[in-house]
Write a protein that binds this ligand. Structure first.
Ligand SMILES: NC(=O)c1ccc[n+]([C@@H]2O[C@H](COP(=O)([O-])OP(=O)(O)OC[C@H]3O[C@@H](n4cnc5c(N)ncnc54)[C@H](O)[C@@H]3O)[C@@H](O)[C@H]2O)c1
Length: 278
C-alpha cells in the first residue's frame, strides 16, 4: 500500500494550531492529505513552552507544507455556527473538497490563558480552573465549557456534512474524553460536554451512514500536551501501561479512523487511555 494513502484528499482539523490537533494535522499531512486548520488562535502554540519548543516552523500550516502538501489556516471561533459554515466554504473554495474532519477543538478543565482578554494587574499567563460539581456549576462556566466542546464539534460536523454527501462519502472523527465515559473524578461540566459528544457521534453516524460517511469518536485519557502539563506521576498510579499517552498515541488512532482501515466502523468511540478505565 502506498505510504501516501491520503494523497488527493483534504483533511480539516479543528483546534489544530497546537497540542493534539497539531499532531493529527502532521500525521494526516504525512499520509499526503492537504490540510485545513480552523482554530480561534492560529498562534496558539506560542502560549505554552511545551508546544512552542516542538514547532519546527512558524505555524502548523508551514510544518504541513514542509511535508509536501497544501495547507491553509483560518482563524475562526467555532462556537459561531455561521462562521463555521463560512470557514468550510472557504476551504472548499481553496482546496476543492473536504474528505476528513477531525473535530478536535475543545478543552475545559481549565480555560486557556489565551482565551481571556488581558486584565490589568492580573497574571494572565496562567490557565483558570473551570471545574464545578454536578450540583453546583456557575452558568458562566457551564456555558463556556459546553460551547467550546459541544458547539464547536457539532457546528464543524454540520458544516462539512453537505459537502461530504455531495462527494459521496467522508470520515468524521469527533473528540470526546475518558471524562465523558467515566463519571468519577472532578471533571464536571467537562465530562458532561464530552459525554454529549459521544451521543452526538452515534446519532450523526446513523444519519450519515447512508451517505457513506463514517462518524466515530476518540476518547483520550491522560495525554501530554502543553495545556495540561506533565502528569507522568498521575499516569504511573492510574494507568495500566504506567505512562502518560503521547500525541502520537492518539494520532495513530485518528489515522485508523481517517483512512480505509476503518471503513466498516461507525458510531463508535475508541478509548485511548493506556488501560486507565477499568
Ligand atoms: N490532552 C489531554 O489529555 C486530553 C484528554 C482528553 C481529551 N482531550 C481533548 O482533545 C482536544 C485537544 O486537547 P489539547 O490538550 O490538545 O488542547 P489544546 O488547548 O492544546 O488545543 C485545543 C485547540 O483548540 C482551539 N480552540 C478552543 N476553542 C476553540 C473555538 N471555540 N474555536 C476554534 N478553536 C478553538 C484552541 O485555540 C487550541 O489550539 C480537546 O477537545 C480536549 O478536550 C485532551
Amino acid at each position: 500500500m502506498s505510504e501516501k494513502k491520503l494523497a488527493g484528499k483534504v483533511a480539516l482539523i479543528t483546534g489544530g494550531a497546537r497540542g493534539l490537533g497539531r499532531g493529527y494535522a502532521l500525521r494526516l499531512a504525512g499520509l499526503g492529505a492537504d490540510i485545513a486548520i480552523i482554530d480561534r488562535n492560529l498562534k496558539a502554540a506560542d502560549v505554552y513552552e511545551f508546544e512552542r519548543e516542538q514547532l519546527t516552523a512558524g505555524t502548523v500550516m508551514e510544518e504541513c507544507e514542509a511535508l509536501g502538501v497544501k495547507a491553509m489556516g483560518l482563524e475562526v471561533d467555532l462556537t459561531d455556527r455561521d462562521a463555521a459554515e463560512r470557514a468550510v466554504a472557504d476551504i472548499i473554495a481553496a482546496l476543492g473538497r473536504v474528505d476528513i474532519a477531525v473535530c478536535n477543538a475543545g478543552g475545559g478543565t481549565v480555560t486557556f490563558a489565551d482565551e481571556r482578554a488581558p486584565r490589568e494587574g492580573a497574571n494572565d499567563t496562567e490557565d483558570l480552573v473551570t471545574t464545578g460539581t454536578p450540583a453546583n456549576t456557575s452558568e458562566e462556566m457551564l456555558t463556556r465549557v459546553l460551547d467550546i466542546n459541544v458547539k464547536t464539534c457539532m457546528y464543524a460536523c454540520m458544516a462539512v456534512a453537505p459537502y461530504m454527501k455531495k462527494q459521496g462519502g467522508g470520515k468524521i472523527v469527533t473528540v470526546s474524553s475518558t471524562a465523558g465515559v467515566d463519571a468519577k473524578g472532578a471533571y464536571h461540566p467537562y465530562g458532561t460536554a464530552k459525554a454529549a459528544i459521544i451521543h452526538y457521534t452515534r446519532a450523526l453516524a446513523q444519519e450519515l451512514g447512508p451517505d457513506n460517511i463514517n462518524v466515530n469518536a476518540i476518547a483520550p485519557g491522560i495525554i501530554r500536551t502543553g495545556r495540561l502539563g506533565d502528569r507522568a506521576e498521575m499516569a504511573k498510579e492510574r494507568v495500566a501501561l504506567q505512562r502518560e499517552g503521547t500525541i502520537e498515541d492518539c494520532a495513530k488512532v485518528v489515522e485508523f479512523l481517517a483512512t480505509d482501515l476503518s471503513d466498516y466502523v461507525t458510531g463508535r468511540t475508541i478509548i485511548i487511555d493506556g488501560g486507565m478505565l477499568r
